[in-house]
Design a protein around this ligand. Sequence first.
Ligand code: IPM
Ligand code: MG
Length: 361
Amino acid sequence: MTKKILVLPGDGIGPEIIAAAINVLKKLQSDFGLNVEMESALVGGAAYDAHGKPLPEATLKLAKEADAVLLGAVGSPKYESLDIAVRPEKGLLGLRAELSLFSNLRPAFLYPQLIASSTLKPDVVSGLDIMIVRELTGGIYFGEPRGIRRLENGERQGFNTLVYAESEIRRIGRSAFDTAMKRNKQLCSVDKANVLECTELWREVMIELSKDYPEVVLSHMYVDNAAMQLVRAPRQFDVMVTTNMFGDILSDTAAMLTGSIGMLPSASLDAEGKGMYEPIHGSAPDIAGKNRANPLATLLSVAMMLRYTLNEAELANRLEHAVNAVLNQGLRTVDIASEGATVVGTSQMGEAVVTALETVS
Ligand code: IPM
Ligand code: MG
C-alpha cells in the first residue's frame, strides 16, 4: 500500500536540507521500489508569514492523514518579538502534541571518520553510540498552569508546571525498555529525584517497569551528574530515558560529542509507530540560503523514517551505508570539515548520497 509522507520544510536552512531529502526519496522511489506519496505544507515562521499562525489547520490535517512527517527546522530571530503563542516553535510543539508523538528517539553516534571534529579527546568519544529516549508531549513543556502573572506587591512572576501522570511515565518507560532490548540492554533513567517529587515518581515507575524487563540493567542518575558523565565518560551509556526538558538539554550535549549537531537525526513516535522525523539541529538562520548546511542529519532522519514507520529496513540500511560512503570519500560540509577535507555545499553532499545509493547495499 502506498504510504503518505508529509514534508514540512519550515524555516532557515529547512528548505535546503529538505530538498536533499526529497531527492533521496525520489531516487528510492524510482530505482529501489519505495512506494510513497509526498505532499508538502507550511509550518513555523513560513506558515506564520502566509497565514498568521505557525500551525495552520490545513497543515495539521495533512499531518494527521499522513503516515509519516518529515520536518526541516523552525524558527528565526525574526519572530522572537512575537507573542509566544504564535512563535514558530509552537508549530513544532503543536504537531508533537496533536499527533501524540510522546517518544522521541535521539541517537548520538560517532562516525569514526569524524572523530577529529569532536571537541573531546578521541579516546573519550571513539566508539560512542548512545540512544536518548526523550519524553516529548508532557512535563514542564506542556504543564498547566503556566504564564506570567502580577503579584500583589506589583512585581511580575513567571511560572511553569512540571507534571507527569503515571501513565505518561509508564509509556515512555516501555518505549525506552523496548529500545534497550534491541541494543545492549543497559538503560539509565535520568531524573532529579533528590529535589523534584515529580521525578521521584518517575524513578518509582521505572523501577516498577523493570520487573517486566529482567534482561535490562536499569540504573538511575541525577540530571546534573548525567550532564557531567556525558562529557567525562560518555561510553558508559547505552540507552538513556528522561523527561522532556532534561532530554532537550542532554541531547544537545550528546550531539556535540559526535562532532557536529549537523549529523544527528531523530524520530518522534506515537503508540502505533506513526512518526515525525527531523534533524535535531535548528534552523541555523545565519547560514540559511547559503548552501552551507549539512543535509546528513536530515537524510539520516529519512533512514529512521524508513526503518520505524515505513518498514523498509533494507532501504534504511542502504541509505545509512550511502551516508557512510560519502564520508569515506572524504566529502565534508563545513561543520564537519577538518584540515585537508574536501568541503562541499548542501546540494553537492545531497547529490553524492543519491549517487552512493547505487553502489552500496
Ligand atoms: C528540540 C528543540 C525544540 C525543543 C524547540 C525548537 C521548541 O530545541 O527539538 O530539541 O525544545 O524541543
Ligand atoms: Mg533542543
